[in-house]
Design a protein around this ligand. Structure first.
Ligand code: PLP
Length: 382
């Protein structure tokens, strides 16, 4: 899809010209149940809101177009969407996950796999040979990639991973939360399923918890994902769906500004004497830069991380000194956030104690750089 089409689709937000009220944004229908004839289902197709309701279709259809998918379903959170996909597996199935990935899913996997009988390995997904060695033909059913990945923003080769997965009889699932369909469309590289924490860029205002799953093919596996949403009650709520649609209408603008600021920050931070490392795929020194240039279009994302000299203590001091960067977890909102990742991930974290994860919002780029540099340069006690 060209950027023109994506931008226009989002801005128009599928405004319904045939709405008799003439409203340019859709109403929120709060009904949990819908009239139906005694002998069966309602002619509208809606029966009970755990399975769907008017107001959900618009954001689902918009995201489906953006990702180039055959189907899309919205969930009550990113975790709800992602666990619905993993729980579509059968006991005994094996999966391959990256080492660098969202820690919440990693924690759930550890707990879930033991009593569900799912086996999995974490591998360095930048090394395709390691992935080839990890897959077990006929037993591995999922290869899971998140790229750029949390919190080192590694780039995984989606076309190569799709080939490895398919050869072994597995599906490639991609967490596209950080790239968003504005920068990358994994299904076009051969992925089978895309998942999102729509809490992040898709909504973009830090006021909705939401998730999405999309598929390239409507098949039995997808049927099990849908079953999980319907019967675990994982559907997105009516208010949240309306807010998500509102947020998505400016996705392209917010992502463009976040990319611009993250790139400028990475460039400025790489030469700072108190910064030991900068992780950002837009920097030519990033090991995944060439791949990101091929796999992403329009930017390298709004997320970057730095390791500061002085470890956890200095990192925490920096967080107390910033005025524009707000100390909070999460990402992809209009406001810029800073977090010491190890503290957020907890005792099992593999992240350097001095790593600060930065989510660039839509504030003026110059202000973001000045605020962070003032915090880095301030003497202790200031
Ligand atoms: N995937 C990524 C990359 C995330 O950053 C997050 C949340 O931080 C999730 C998944 C989980 O999404 P949610 O918090 O909406 O359940």
């Amino acid at each position: 899809m060209s950027h023109y089409v994506a931008d226009t689709t989002l801005a128009q937000g599928y405004c319904d010209e045939h709405d008799p009220t003439g409203a340019v944004v859709p109403p929120i229908h709060l009904a949990t149940t819908f009239l139906r004839p005694p002998e069966g289902y309602s002619p509208t197709g809606w029966s009970y809101s755990r399975y769907g309701y008017p107001g959900l279709e618009m954001p689902e259809a918009t995201l489906k177009v953006l990702e180039g998918a055959a189907d899309c379903r919205l969930f009550s959170s990113g975790m709800s969407a992602m666990t619905a996909v993993v729980m579509a597996l059968q006991p005994g199935d094996h999966c391959v996950f990256p080492i660098d990935m969202y820690h919440g899913l990693r924690t759930w996997l550890k707990g879930f796999s033991t009593h569900w009988g799912i086996r999995f390995d974490h591998v360095d997904m930048t090394d395709l040979d390691k992935v080839r060695q990890a897959v077990i033909p006929g037993v591995t059913r999922l290869v899971w990639a998140e790229t750029p990945s949390n919190p080192h923003w590694q780039i995984y080769d989606l076309a190569a991973l799709a080939e490895i997965a398919h050869k072994a009889g597995a599906r490639l699932v991609v967490d596209n939360t950080v790239a968003t369909p504005i920068l990358a469309r994994p299904l076009a590289f051969g992925a089978d399923i895309v998942v999102h924490s729509a809490t992040k860029y898709l909504n973009g205002h830090s006021d909705v918890l939401a998730g999405a799953a999309l598929t390239a093919t409507v098949d039995d596996f997808w049927g099990r994902v849908l079953f999980n949403r319907d019967y675990h009650g994982g559907i997105l709520g009516q208010f949240q769906a309306a807010l998500l649609m509102r947020g998505m209408r400016t996705l392209h603008l917010r992502v463009a500004r976040a990319c611009e600021s993250a790139m400028a920050l990475a460039e400025a931070l790489k030469d700072h004497p108190s910064v030991n490392a900068v992780f950002y795929p837009g920097l030519p020194t990033h090991p995944g830069h060439a791949l990101a240039t091929r796999q992403m279009a329009g930017g390298f994302g709004g997320m970057l991380s730095i390791i500061v000299a002085g470890g956890a203590e200095e990192a925490e001091r920096i967080m107390t000194r910033t005025k524009i960067w707000k100390p909070a977890t999460s990402l992809g909102g209009v406001e810029s956030l800073i977090e010491r990742r190890e503290a957020v991930e907890g005792p099992n974290s593999h992240v350097d104690p001095g790593l600060l994860r930065l989510s660039a919002g839509v504030e003026a780029t110059r202000d973001l750089i000045d605020d962070l540099f003032a915090a880095l340069d301030a003497k202790n006690g200031n």
